[in-house]
Design a protein around this ligand. Structure first.
Ligand code: ATP
Ligand code: MG
Length: 464
């Protein structure tokens, strides 16, 4: 039976006070509801409160009726019994959703087998069909997460988390870092699940996805619901300034780039680069130069080798053929990488600030240079005291960028640096990279799935 969800005055509090402030909304049975809003505004916490997966130090209050059942009033054991059957969460970080020691197809089939009680053969067939629905073939299914690209892991996690008919599916940024074709596949997957009676809440920074999914949307800012209604109305006639600013910050609306070519000499050069994994050739005979003061952007489909190219240019991965040259006489730590998955940059059990103090000591850099960087990224210094798991996806992504910039890089390989950010925060981050390219002659290799960002920001582009 398909059910709807009615959320009444849902709040989340921590030791420091309220984080999410009494939000109310309803999702029709089989309907789609999209949460948009500022990075750090509480979107993921709303999903965790509904699922029953908030960290211990946070408490939820209010009501959330799933049919006649108030999810928030259920004892944890009873709510847990719904996990995977009636209630599924796709967490924001596929990094945290997948088991590194299992092949993709096994992870999906395990859910069908042990949670939904299917037989071995049926579970495997369902798993392969689920992966195929998100554009992953049998060969990808046989790989382990570390052998898949970030976007492919993202899609494996999606196939694992789909709950199907009669369930409530909570998807936290299901399309981040995916190219337009893959976004379309995910949108189609979500819509067909909805047609079969799955009720869905999607958190996304992608306004085009919200429009594509239809249904209702709500906009969150600083823990409050600013406005909600049909997506067609909110995106074309928003009543709140923040929503207008959010729409105005979409890359397509950025001013055209006034800056001419930097004329800088190359900092990193790749010549005749080739890389093949198993039988698949990612690239061959590829030449690329990243000059000082320039943002070179790389775009292309999920899994096409963008991150691999960046890793080769940094010397983290060997090419099958070709050579990489780095500007000589520069300390190794001034060639930096911003990882695609923010949690992979931090030790889970140490406050994030520890990473900076250790680096400051090691490289004799004054900690004082950190706070202007945090300011420019829109981050409060108090966030440094938290553990990585106590920060939002977008906060962690910007803290990871701050750490790279703190080391005064000459070259930065920025792998999807705004994939966890709302359009305003994204514009701020990309603008900062552009300013640093101009002020400090920083050379940037920018991997992005967003053609509009690449077009607005780069004089030199590589399209796979
Ligand atoms: N365990 C925690 N303890 C204290 N504060 C927390 C904890 N977890 C999250 N927060 C804070 O609560 C706020 C909301 O977090 P949440 O993850 O819901 O944001 P979000 O809207 O999903 O942001 P993003 O779009 O960046 O993912 C953030 O400022 C975050 O730092
Ligand atoms: Mg989030």
């Amino acid at each position: 039976m398909t059910r709807g969800l009615r959320v009444e005055r849902l709040a989340v509090r921590g030791a420091g006070g309220p984080i999410v402030q009494e939000v109310s909304f309803a999702v029709q049975p089989g309907g789609t509801f999209t949460l948009l809003g500022e990075s750090g505004s509480g979107k993921s916490l709303v999903l965790h409160a509904l699922m029953g997966t908030l960290p211990e130090e946070l408490q939820a209050s209010g009501r959330a009726f799933w049919g006649d059942t108030d999810l928030l009033a259920l004892p944890q054991r009873q709510r847990r019994a719904l996990w995977g059957r009636e209630l599924c969460l796709l967490p924001q970080e596929p990094w945290l959703a997948l088991d590194p020691s299992m092949r993709a197809v096994e992870q999906v089939s395990e859910v069908h087998r042990y949670v939904r009680r299917k037989g071995l053969g049926a579970a495997r067939r369902l798993a392969l069909a689920g992966l195929a629905a998100f554009g992953l073939d049998g060969a990808s299914g046989r790989r382990y997460p570390h052998q898949l690209s970030g976007g492919m892991c993202q899609r494996v996690a999606l196939a694992t988390a789909q709950v199907g008919e009669g369930g409530l599916f909570l998807a936290d940024e299901p399309t981040k870092g995916l190219d337009a074709d893959r976004v379309e596949e995910v949108a189609r997957g979500l819509q067909s699940a909805s047609a079969q009676g799955q009720t869905t809440i999607v958190v996304t920074h992608d306004l085009a996805l919200a429009e594509r999914l239809g249904g209702e949307v709500a906009v969150l800012l600083e823990g409050r619901l600013l406005e909600q209604g049909p997506v067609s109305r909110i995106l074309t006639a928003p009543s709140h300034d923040y929503t207008r600013a959010l729409i105005g910050a979409l890359p397509a609306n950025w001013p055209d780039r006034p800056r001419a070519s930097s004329g800088g000499s190359p900092v990193v050069v790749g010549r005749g680069l080739a890389k093949t994994y198993e039988e698949r050739t990612l690239f061959a005979g590829l030449d690329l130069e990243v000059p000082a003061g320039e943002i070179v952007s790389v775009t292309g489909a999920s899994g096409c080798g963008k991150s691999t190219l960046g890793n080769i240019l940094l010397g983290l991965c060997r090419p099958d053929h070709g050579k990489v040259w780095h500007q000589p006489g520069v300390a190794r730590h001034r060639f930096q990488k911003l990882y695609q998955d923010p949690p992979s940059s931090f030790a889970p059990h140490l406050p994030v600030g520890r990473g900076y103090t250790d680096l400051a000591k090691l490289h004799e850099i004054s900690l004082g240079s950190l706070s202007p960087i945090l300011d420019r990224l829109g981050l409060a210094g108090s966030l440094l005291e938290r553990l990585p798991g106590q920060l939002s996806g977008g906060e962690l992504q910007r803290l990871s960028l701050a750490r790279s910039l703190f080391l005064r890089p000459l070259f930065l390989f920025a792998d999807e640096p705004s994939s966890r950010l709302d359009p305003l925060a994204q514009q701020r981050v990309i603008q900062l990279l552009d300013e640093l390219a101009e002020e400090k002659r920083l050379a940037v290799l920018l991997v992005t799935h967003d053609e509009a960002i690449a077009a607005k920001i780069s004089n030199i582009r590589l399209r796979f």
